[in-house]
Design a binder for this molecule. Structure first.
Ligand code: COA
Length: 503
């Protein structure tokens, strides 16, 4: 493969080198901003070479760790490889890699789980320290040195702006048709200089199709030819289909009552198998001319575009199974008309999510009787993935929906609990809770009204009597009775699971 046809800028072409040579330019202790968002557009060679170097250093008795900042989760060649060699000091803002998760939960890696819309402004403000190196995958370099983005945008604009040094991976595997799909907005400011962001609809373009890049900061250009790697989705099971059915019925009801337009409002859907199943449900449902203002485009959304039901989608990355990715790349020129990829500070921007009136749909680990939601921690202490963009969307959306099967681990865990063991989304940000049992619309309800509805509509029948019993005893016995709890008992379900393996 002759890579030069994608690297049209001669001075940058002169900086072509091997991944090993590029990785040698990253010093121990560096803060490194890497591209990548859910297995799309992450650097595929330099992190692997860096992991090898770290391994060699560790074997020789020398410590070698870096801090890794990304858009969101990445893939085994980045998070997996660096975590495997225990080479990550600090990770942010979202991960879903099993080795990374294990290192974090073993106390061997620090992790900051922050709202995805906050990352860029935290870096601009200097809250996270200085960014030393950016390692960014692009799909090409123009003659004038501007960069053609890859299959995700994430925080790349910020990494390229803020880092002292830049390493570019030019991945010729990425489709040349990506060119023109992106919308990179350079108008963001810090307070007090901020101006309104003029996105009035998901398909609006307000920026440029390319990244600007100071060529003097580029210390290496590496050629790769490697596919993106996302996890495949499991086909929708009975629970997912039931959850999707409840949500579609709810939408139809809201349209009938005039609270949603017939083509709904822009959709956001999070990560995971269940939300993907909801998208599949929408494809079989009655709604036409849908739009999406979301963070990732997953298989379900691609299918909606293909069927013509989704006419415009804005996101920051693709999050596609290998089959869906092959299909996208085979027909990218056509899909491109309907898709805009933006920096994550724009895809997840509270102002835009609120103005557009986004319908927000995310998975969760557990919800409590009052509608507080835990999206990130198992049994209070163990990180699963992270909050991702769910908080950006849930607080600011027109409707904020959280979904889960009513039980986990073969029915040993109730996902509706007296009190969540960790809070990501408070009762104030959660409007609708859905399980395969049913849907609880919490809007306009007081805490005690919410509790009754959640138990009745969402809890699994096995756990319903115990939840009702807890609630009634709390109502009778708690000192202030606005949000009744028995404090000594509120987390006893989690404690019992840890002791006995069943709630
Ligand atoms: N207690 C303990 N474990 C639980 C649980 C509970 N209440 N509920 C689910 N789990 C476990 C499952 O058993 C499963 O474990 P396994 O991987 O060992 O099989 C795992 O959590 C994932 O559950 P699953 O039902 O497959 O859900 P999912 O794929 O739909 O993912 C989240 C659910 C919450 C993990 C996922 O949606 C997430 O990370 N959300 C936070 C980020 C987010 O919302 N991003 C989108 C913003 S745009």
């Amino acid at each position: 493969m002759d890579e030069t046809f994608r690297i049209l800028n001669a001075p940058l072409r002169a900086k072509l080198m091997s991944a090993e040579a590029a990785a040698a330019l990253i010093p121990p202790g560096a803060n490194v901003g890497m591209s990548g968002f859910t297995g799309s557009g992450y650097p595929k060679a330099v992190p692997l070479a860096l992991a090898q170097r770290m391994n060699a250093a560790h074997e020789a008795g020398h410590p070698f760790k870096i801090s890794v900042w990304t858009g969101a989760s990445t893939a085994p060649e980045l998070d997996g490889a660096l975590a495997q060699v225990n080479g990550v000091e600090m990770r942010l803002p979202y991960q879903s890699d099993p080795t990374c998760r294990q290192r974090i939960n073993a106390g061997q890696m620090e992790y900051i789980d922050i709202h995805l819309s906050h990352v860029a402004q935290f870096v601009w403000s200097g809250f996270l320290g200085h960014l030393d190196v950016a390692v960014v995958e692009v799909s090409g370099i123009l003659e004038d040195g501007r960069l053609i983005p890859s299959s995700s945008i994430g925080n790349n604009k910020t990494w390229l702006d803020q880092a002292d040094k830049i390493i570019l991976e030019v991945n010729t595997w990425q489709s040349p048709d990506l060119q023109g799909m992106h919308d990179i907005y350079y108008g963001t400011q810090l307070p007090p200089h901020r101006k309104p962001i003029a996105v009035w609809g998901p398909h609006d373009r307000i920026g440029e199709p390319y990244f600007r890049c100071d060529p003097d900061k580029v210390i290496a250009v590496v050629h790769t030819h490697s596919p993106d790697r996302n996890s495949d989705y499991t086909p929708p099971d009975e629970n997912s289909r039931s959850i999707a059915g409840h949500i579609l019925e709810f939408f139809a009801h809201e349209v009938k009552r005039g609270r949603l337009p017939p083509n709904l409002l822009p959709l956001q859907s999070g990560v995971g198998n269940i939300v993907n199943a909801v998208m599949a449900g929408l494809n079989e449902g009655p709604f036409e001319n849908l739009t999406a203002y979301t963070e990732v485009l997953q298989d379900g959304m691609l299918a909606l575009i293909k069927s013509g039901k989704l006419k415009a989608a804005s996101a920051t990355a693709f999050s596609l199974s290998s089959a869906a990715l092959a299909e996208l790349n085979a027909d990218l020129a056509r899909y491109k008309e309907r898709i805009v990829l933006r920096p994550q500070e724009i895809s997840n921007h509270p102002e835009l999510i609120r103005r557009l009136g986004v319908i927000v749909m995310n998975g969760m680990i557990e919800a409590d009787l009052y509608g507080n939601v835990n999206s990130t921690h198992v049994m209070g202490s163990q990180i699963m993935n992270g909050i991702g963009g769910s908080g950006d969307f849930a607080r600011n959306g027109y409707l904020s929906i959280f979904m889960t099967p009513s039980t986990a681990k073969n029915g040993q865990i109730s996902c509706i609990v007296p009190m969540v063991s960790h809070v990501d989304h408070t009762e104030h940000d959660v409007q609708i809770v859905v399980t395969e049992q049913g849907l609880a619309d919490l809007r306009g309800l007081s805490p005690k009204q919410r509790a009754r509805l959640i138990i009745e509509n969402c809890a699994h029948p096995t756990f319903r009597p115990a939840l009702s019993d807890y609630f009634e005893r709390a109502r009778a016995g708690s000192p202030g009775k606005h949000t009744p709890h028995l404090l000594e008992e509120a987390l006893s379900w989690h404690g019992r699971y840890l002791r006995t393996g069943a709630m």
